[in-house]
Ligand binder design. Structure first.
Ligand SMILES: Cc1ncc(COP(=O)(O)O)c(C=O)c1O
Length: 398
């Protein structure tokens, strides 16, 4: 029997999907399950997106498309970047892909040789580690626990840069929901300027999901000289409620965008024509759905935080973006539920699901085993009861 390539021994299926699958199984068995597990936005885009798809179907070319993406989509994305305060990008700086995940994978192929070092903070989005493993890069993880608000400090970044090839930054963050302020971004940018041999990859796919008026800030505006080596990753998935449509983007130096195009030409060829039409409509049409959802998510964040703050021992930095809350629940470790010991985050999440029917993802999936992730995109009527079950669970631990 021939063997699989060695890299497949390093490839792992997503830990988040394992929790979601277990919750689905229990639901199918008739259990009353409230899921706070998957990071899906749980809303659909506006009608104009579906109309654009119908129009595109009516005049379908049936042909292969551009490896970079059609001009109309590139232009719509450039206008979207400008709306986020990122000006000065042309079509040659942009490439499209099948979601941000595909774009990040392609970036890893384009920027990292085996053994190269990629640096990023923990907690991290699970896939970063898996992609680095598949391409054979070394990960250098920078621990940012709840005690430092899950945020990277300039001193940590500075110490980690020597010998690094790529610095990967995610703002707003999955899993913590934390958003860096303008001053915090500027302080990290000042450090990055001192390390000119490092590529900077900004996974900013939640950049339109920011609350409390703190705004989205980035390294390029903080220190324009970083533009030549900064790559911004974006996606329709979360902002527009379109995770299944699979559209992602990069904006960056021409050489990097061209590398993405070359990989596409040997890989996916193009994002499908019908999907491109939906993407153009989402980016350039009315923005009322994303705007309304942002207000809704901000209010749901408040509900989750109020419930967590009422639990003695739980520590939770207040998130200001995305749709995640990441409480440190380590106060429960060593306690028991009806004689069943909770030694760690996985025990906690398993028991919480089994006993109270609430699905959360253990923090160890994100490199922070003292926490768990609550994704609060469930229907609003489920949110308060789900949080109440978590409160009850804590109260019943001995
Ligand atoms: C931080 C982060 N980056 C990238 C992605 C992937 O997004 P996409 O659906 O565009 O592949 C996700 C999805 O959960 C994410 O949370």
């Amino acid at each position: 029997m021939p063997s699989l390539a060695a890299r497949m021994s390093r490839a792992k299926p997503s830990a988040i999907m394992a929790v979601a699958d277990k919750a689905k199984r229990l639901k199918a068995e008739g259990r009353d399950i409230i899921s706070f597990s998957i990071g899906v936005p749980n809303f659909l885009p506006g009608d104009h997106v579906y109309q654009a798809v119908r129009d595109a179907l009516a005049k379908d070319s049936g042909q292969y498309g551009s490896n970079r993406g059609p001009d109309a989509l590139l232009d719509a994305f450039i206008a979207h970047l400008e709306g986020s305060g990122l000006t000065g990008y042309g079509r040659k700086n942009i490439a499209t892909g099948i979601g941000a995940k595909h774009v990040l994978y392609n970036l890893a192929e384009a920027l990292l040789d085996p053994g190269d070092v990629i640096v990023f903070p923990t907690p991290y989005w699970t896939t970063y580690v898996d992609i680095a493993d598949i391409v054979g890069a070394q990960t250098r993880l920078l621990p940012c626990p709840a005690t430092q608000n899950y945020k990277l400090t300039p001193a940590q970044l500075d110490a980690a840069m020597p010998g690094a090839k790529v610095f990967l930054f995610n703002n707003p963050s999955n899993p913590t929901g934390m958003v860096y302020t303008k001053e915090e971004v500027a302080a990290l940018a000042d450090v990055l300027v001192r390390h000119p041999d490092v590529w900077i990859v900004c996974d900013d796919i939640y950049n339109r999901m920011v609350f409390d008026g703190i705004g989205y800030h980035n390294f390029v505006n903080a220190r324009p000289e970083l533009r030549d080596r900064t790559i911004i990753v974006d996606s329709l998935s979360k902002t527009y409620g379109m995770p299944g449509w699979r559209v992602g983007f990069v904006a960056g130096p021409e050489t990097v965008a061209q590398a993405m195009v070359t990989l596409n030409s040997n890989h996916i060829t193009n994002v499908p024509e019908i999907v491109n039409a939906a993407a153009i409509a989402a980016l350039s049409g009315p923005q009322d759905v994303p705007t309304a959802k942002n207000a809704e998510f901000s209010a749901k964040r408040d509900t989750v935080m109020a419930a967590l703050e009422a639990i003695p021992g739980v520590v939770c930095p207040r998130p200001q973006g995305a749709f995640y809350v990441f409480p440190d629940i380590s106060c429960a470790f060593g306690k028991s539920y009806e004689g069943r010991l909770i030694a760690n985050d996985v025990d906690f999440c398993n028991l919480l699901l089994e006993i109270k029917g609430v699905a959360c993802v253990p923090g160890s999936a994100f490199g922070e085993p003292r926490a768990l992730r609550i994704s609060y995109t469930c229907p609003t009527p489920q949110l308060a009861p789900g949080m109440q079950r978590i409160q009850e669970f804590f109260a019943e631990l001995r």
